[in-house]
Design a protein around this ligand. Structure first.
Ligand SMILES: NC(=O)c1ccc[n+]([C@@H]2O[C@H](COP(=O)([O-])OP(=O)(O)OC[C@H]3O[C@@H](n4cnc5c(N)ncnc54)[C@H](OP(=O)(O)O)[C@@H]3O)[C@@H](O)[C@H]2O)c1
Length: 271
């Protein structure tokens, strides 16, 4: 659970964390974050759009875990993009999270007409020290090529959909070539592939669930991964992936599972 990667500015980021996106009833996320922190998880991935930053903040306070042990990510939503609006959105996020500093602030989607100015706002926030790193989500090569033309800070992280069924090695390689840490979302494909016979065969071989094999596959790619669950036993199981390794043949086979299954928009719709 304590495996980390080092970002391009020297900040350490856990390789495995908890995602908190989904429609939730009251306090569901707060309980899930408290459970995850109790289980040793140190990375929490939220966003203003998820509407649960306050619950995440409450859980952090209730947990008693030292702030410097945690890695908290949040994101600016599409409607808040643009220079001034992003600065204000960031203040609101900090207020709800009840934090002075976040560890990573991300652009949620590359909204064409605002993304350059939004990135400039993230650079300003980074300069003030109120986020330890800045990055983007859902940026493919054309978005990154455009960003570097005006950016003064290289994104530390690019978070995009990442599972064997949405595996785009060129995007991964491109991030790595630019010194950007890839982070994968929807690693469990929201359960859509839990009965895929190809995946079941591999999971049975290691005595693990298909969910655990998917988490492990992302980690073996060196991609930060943030499986979401609000159920303590599932959170525990999703994090119980440090006692086995997918062997080279199975790993290579999983790399061929691509069928363009996505749970979110394709970033290429944002050109
Ligand atoms: N940047 C972006 O644009 C973006 C987009 C999407 C997601 N994200 C981030 O990535 C995180 C993960 O993605 P995601 O939430 O979309 O999907 P996911 O992690 O692939 O799947 C979550 C779903 O799987 C279920 N689940 C989890 N563990 C399970 C287990 N062991 N057995 C059976 N079912 C299980 C969860 O239900 P229960 O909760 O009921 O267990 C939930 O319905 C999000 O929470 C969010 O933080 C970012």
């Amino acid at each position: 659970m304590n495996s980390t990667v080092t970002l391009n500015n020297g900040v350490e980021m856990p390789l495995l964390g908890l995602g908190v996106y989904a429609p939730q009833h009251n306090n569901e996320v707060q309980q899930a974050v408290e459970d995850a922190l109790e289980l040793g998880c140190r990375l929490i991935d939220t966003a203003s759009a998820y509407g649960n930053e306050r619950e995440v903040g409450d859980a952090i306070l209730a947990s008693g875990v030292a702030r410097n042990e945690l890695f908290i990510t949040t994101k600016v939503w599409n409607d808040d993009q643009g220079y001034d609006k992003t600065l204000r959105a960031f203040d609101r996020s900090l207020d709800k999270l009840q934090l002075d500093v976040v560890d990573l602030y991300l652009i949620h989607w590359p909204v064409r007409e605002h993304r350059a100015e939004t990135w400039r706002a993230l650079e300003t926030i980074y300069e003030t020290g109120r986020t330890r790193a800045i990055g983007v989500c859902n940026y493919y090569q054309p978005h990154l090529d455009e960003l570097v033309k005006t950016a003064t800070v290289t994104p530390a992280v690019n978070q995009f959909e990442f599972s064997p069924y949405c595996y785009l090695p060129d995007e991964l390689d491109y991030c790595r070539a630019k010194g950007i840490q890839p982070e994968g979302y929807a690693p469990l494909v929201r359960g859509l592939k839990q009965n895929d016979p190809k995946l079941v065969r591999i999971a049975e071989k290691y005595g693990k669930s298909t969910y655990q094999v998917l988490v492990r596959w992302s980690m073996q790619h060196g991609v930060v991964t943030i499986p979401k669950s609000v159920k303590k036993e599932r959170i525990r199981a999703n994090f119980d992936v440090f006692d086995f390794e997918i062997d080279a043949a199975d790993f290579a086979e999983m790399n061929t599972f691509f069928d363009d299954t996505r749970i979110a928009w394709n970033p290429m719709e944002f050109l």
